[in-house]
Structure formats: C-alpha cells, structure tokens
Design a protein around this ligand. Structure first.
Ligand SMILES: NC(=O)c1ccc[n+]([C@@H]2O[C@H](COP(=O)([O-])OP(=O)(O)OC[C@H]3O[C@@H](n4cnc5c(N)ncnc54)[C@H](OP(=O)(O)O)[C@@H]3O)[C@@H](O)[C@H]2O)c1
Length: 271
C-alpha cells in the first residue's frame, strides 16, 4: 500500500472511513476491507462504532499491520477528560494501543496546549502511537505546531474536487503534517459528474476512482467510506494509473464557493 511518511510514521494513502457504519455491518465491512488490503481504518468516539471496528481488526489477525485511528470528541478535550475518554476508547476497541489519535474538532473553550500536552502524555505512556488533528484551519495548524510537545502527524480535513482547500493544505504541509481528505468523493455526489465521468472513461475508471486518484496523486491520503463490500475494491483500485497535468487542472477547476459539505455550529471560521 502506498504511504506518506511523516515524522517516521508511514500513513497509508488509502484508508476506510466508517462514519455511519455500526454494529455487525460495520465489523463485516471493516473486516472485508482489511482482508483485501486496506491498512488504515478511520473511527471516532462520536461515531459510536469503536467496538465494531476493534472487533474487525482483532478478528483479521493482521492487527500489527493496520493503522487504527480514532478521534477524541470536542467536548472531551480537557486533559483529565481526554485521558479518561481515550482509555474508554481502548476498552471499546479492545486493543492495547491506538495507532493514531486525533482531536476531532477544535474546541475554543479548552487551551490547545493543554489538549496536546495530554495527548503527548498518553503517547509517552504507550496508549497512543501518533497524534494528529482534524478540522484545523491555517491559524489553528500554526498554533498547534508551536505548542505541541510531540510531532503532529496529520490534519484530517474535508477535501474533494468541489472545495478548494489549497491554503489549509499548504499550511498543514508547512507545519510538517500530512493532509488527510475526508468526504473524498463528496459524500458520493462526485458520481455522475460529467467531467469526472469523462476523464474516468479515458482511463477505464469510475468518477469515484478519479476523485480518489486526484487526491492521492497530490500526496493527500483519502478515507472513503462505503457500507457496500463490493465498492471496497473499486475505491482501492486507484494506484495503477496516472492523471495527466491537464486532467488534474480540470478536476481542480470543479471547486465552487458553496462546495463545503461538512459545516456545524461548532465549526471554526474556515479559511
Ligand atoms: N474528521 C471529521 O470531522 C470527518 C467528517 C466527515 C467524515 N469523516 C471521515 O471520512 C470518511 C469519509 O467521508 P464521508 O463518509 O463523509 O464521505 P465519502 O467517503 O466522500 O462518501 C461516502 C458516500 O459515498 C458513497 N460511496 C462510496 N464509495 C462509492 C463509490 N465507489 N461509488 C458511488 N458511491 C460511493 C457511500 O455510499 P455506500 O455506503 O452506499 O457505498 C456514501 O454514501 C467518514 O466515513 C469518516 O470516517 C471525518
């Protein structure tokens, strides 16, 4: 599996998203994903599926090869609570260590240095292998890298052809973090797009695969979600071909002002 290397950590360029997957269905899809070669699974305390994800990872017997990522909910970022919540995550996952622990959303009510300090402590104690952030803006990325006692390996952000994220991607890289794209096929709305379909046809690929290739070709990791085992292989088959420069530019040109999909009352002020 192709990977980006960041602070000595090899983050696979392809992972499986699990938002809205739960229970047995979640375990089944995650287990099948690992069986066919996925080596990075994205979960979160907020998704309520850590137990199902952990079960799939343990059942696969490939635990040591899989990057298990979970995210701390924004209301649990104060140091004592963060520590408690991560230990609860480990109990639900039934794993000894979380490979990648992210701040799910910034919380302006908790000083960032305190949260990152608590995450570093969990890393030193062996509960967590690597730490990262999600939904961080340029200003937050710059602040985080200044105050973190440990390297921050990634910033997981919404990223697909309909949203121009150039500024935050550049800031993320400048701060030594890998960008990870969530909603990489724009929640499925990229399928049926005329431009992506046309470019796909030229390569014998689907619009979803073109989206994922466009991101990974820029060195951006992707975590598409599917609840359908038959789509796991499709979303994985994105590495044996290359988009031409003109195609990369044309796909980049699909960005629009209203392209953002994920925006909550607690979102930071986006760049
Ligand atoms: N950090 C954050 O705040 C944050 C926010 C959002 C998401 N995420 C993470 O990122 C992951 C991915 O994002 P997402 O779930 O929002 O959106 P996404 O992966 O862009 O799209 C998922 C949707 O696309 C469909 N789909 C998947 N593969 C397809 C294919 N090959 N052809 C056609 N349709 C396809 C899925 O339907 P089927 O299930 O029917 O295949 C699902 O409805 C999440 O699951 C989660 O792990 C993180």
């Amino acid at each position: 599996m192709d990977a980006v290397e960041v602070h000595g950590f090899k983050l696979p360029l392809l992972g499986l998203g699990t938002w809205q997957l739960s229970g047995r269905d979640c375990t089944r899809v995650v287990l099948q994903a690992i069986k066919i070669g996925y080596r990075y699974i994205d979960s979160a305390q907020m998704y309520g599926n850590e137990a199902a994800v952990g079960e799939a990872v343990r059942t696969s017997r490939l635990r040591d090869e899989v990057v298990v990522c979970t995210k701390v909910a924004p209301e649990r970022l104060a140091p004592h609570d963060l520590e408690r919540s991560v230990k609860e995550s480990l109990v639900r996952l039934r794993l000894d260590v979380i490979d990648l622990l992210l701040i799910h959303w910034p919380n302006p009510r908790v000083p960032l240095a305190e949260t990152l300090g608590a995450m570093a402590k969990l890393k030193h104690e062996g509960f967590v292998r690597h730490i990262g952030v999600s939904n961080f803006t340029v200003a937050l990325v710059e602040q985080a890298v200044k105050v973190s006692p440990e390297p921050i390996v990634c910033n997981q952000i919404e990223c697909h052809p309909y949203l121009n994220q150039d500024k935050v991607i550049a800031a993320t890289r400048k701060a030594g973090m890998a960008p990870v794209a969530y909603s990489p096929i724009a929640r499925g709305s990229a399928t049926g797009d005329d431009v992506l379909e046309r470019i796909g046809k030229a390569h014998g690929k689907t619009a979803a695969q073109i989206c994922l290739r466009w991101l990974t070709q820029q060195g951006i990791a992707v975590i598409p979600r599917t609840s359908k085992v038959e789509r796991l292989q499709e979303n994985m088959s994105i590495f044996g071909f290359e988009l031409a420069d003109a195609e990369m530019r044309e796909i980049g040109g699909l960005a629009r002002r209203d392209g953002r999909i994920v925006d909550w009352s607690w979102s930071p002020k986006w760049d």
